[in-house]
Design a protein around this ligand. Sequence first.
Ligand code: MSP
Length: 642
Amino acid sequence: MNQNKFYVTTPIYYVNDKPHIGHAYTTVLADVLARYHRSLKVPTFFLTGTDEHGQKVEKAAAARGIPPQQHCDETVVRFQQLWEKLGITNDKFIRTTQPEHKAVVREILQELYDRGEIYRAEYTGWYCVGCERFFTEKDLVDGNCPECGRGVSAIQESNYFFRMSKYQDWLIQYIDSHPDFIQPAFRANETLGFLRRELGDLCISRPKARLAWGIELPFDPDYVCYVWFDALINYISAVGYRRNDEEFRRWWPASYHLIGKDILTTHTVYWPTMLKAMNLPLPETIFAHGWWLTGREKMSKTLGNVVDPLAMAEKYGVDAFRYFLLAEMSPGQDASFSEEAFVTRYNSDLANDLGNLLSRVLKMTLRNGGVVPFPGALQPEDEELNTAVLTAVAAMEQALKVMKLDQGLGAVLTAVRAANRYLEKTAPWTLAKKGETERLGTVLYTAAEALRKFAVLLEPVMPEKMATLASALGADGTASRIAELGTAGNVLSGKSVREVGSLFPRVQLEESVAPAPAAAPAPAPAAPAPAATAELITIEDFSKVQLRVARVLTAERIEGADKLLRLTIELGAGEIRQLVAGVAQYYRPEEMVGRSIVVVGNLKPARIRGVDSQGMLLAARSGKELRLITVDGDVAPGATVG
Ligand code: MSP
């Protein structure tokens, strides 16, 4: 990839669609890539926009009884407002009805016509209104559209054609020799599969008698341009093609065209051959992501399972929504959306791991003067955390290069958890009590600096929250670019921290969207009988006990009960419970928070010293010692043990 500039595009969305999670995903992904590149100091141009011509728009306008342009002007704001709400930092929003775009399309058409790349011929075939595409008899699947499965109409008319077929061999060779051109690689194979069949010429006109809403062909006023031919050109008309050579040379070829997998052929066959005919270089990478599904089903208006991005952002916050989209989908693969998965990820990654880390660091620093201390000599555990953080920086940089943002975010969260464990190990609260000021200073500085770096790494994904995090640490205005993370030196010591409230307050799944409750809990295991036979149990006996991993969210002492702690724990899928545990003499409340423990999940609820307890944690006792049973490595809450 050209490292001197970064030009990223989204598809231009059909203006009459209501924006849904698929649109939001591509646009947030492009935004995050753009922000990361700006953060890496790479000159960046980010383009999105709307596709406003064609039969669908014409029909939608007719149904409303208004002119198509008015319909477009009224509906385009849905996208513009959503992008504003989602914090999208596009450098340009192109609309294909803008005069500048239309003029460039007409010039291209005229030039290709003059050079004989476009010719007129009689056409007979099949047409899919939904896809706005022509098919031959042998393309059809069971008589229906091979792309969407809907019915097609027979069509016979005189039309204009682009000589796409003559570029077939060249394109095959180009794809074969440019492994980065179509990503992921299996999508390149899909295109090559398509190119194994004979490639026809592309019908690029529509007679006005049938469709008037389009760009008029400069060489025949009875026709308008095919919507895809017009739409694809947006990627070059937006950056000065035929208008501003300097600008055009600066940005073209695009670094990434991000698209959904359903528009692969138009982008990897039509577009490259069009560019070739125009003697222009091809985009560096066309990246096709997968689909967001509801459960395992395709989202569709008829099924009523389409996720509204605006509603999600309003309910849970823009940054959390952006984070979920990127952390949950492995680009290239399909991903399943459920509010339950959203709440679980939010609570575990954001509320518990990241939010909790910030609140611990702030609390301890405020209790010790409110200023980030200067570090003393580093000890191995400090170095270990620093290494974990640098590993996350490198992983994120690598993830960006190979478009695996979910893995980059995973690496950052692993480092966040390492920072929480670091606080448990170094126990700054004990250092404070013992008056070990220098060591306390080193620990608080190391943890705060790790947090600052996390904020820089996560800023492109959660810009507002990370700005709040940085300002809580007194780090606003300091080095905030990934490119500077390795060289910034100590920017925090001496800075005053400030309380910012809960960064990610925990959320709970509303009952209306919660999954059906699990079957009634099995009865608690009978108390062991003293007889020798009771020492051996069958596997069935054992399986009655449901052991599960839980994460401790809060812990506090119970007044008047010096052995007990009241814990809130998370058991996965948004399930939160209260537990009373007899561990107060062995663990301080703050030492419990963030741990992954093992609990009996199906114990009959009990009331202990007036406090309800829904389960029991497991611990090993040896003489006067008691140690919690914890889980080795990162295991999600709710996982079964056994
Ligand atoms: N107007 C054309 C694109 C022209 S680009 C020169 C178009 N528009 S669209 O609004 O129908 O679709 C835009 C994008 O949304 C496509 O990339 C499509 O893959 C994507 N998605 C539609 N449903 C989706 C999901 N359920 N999940 C993820 N993306 C999906 O096609």
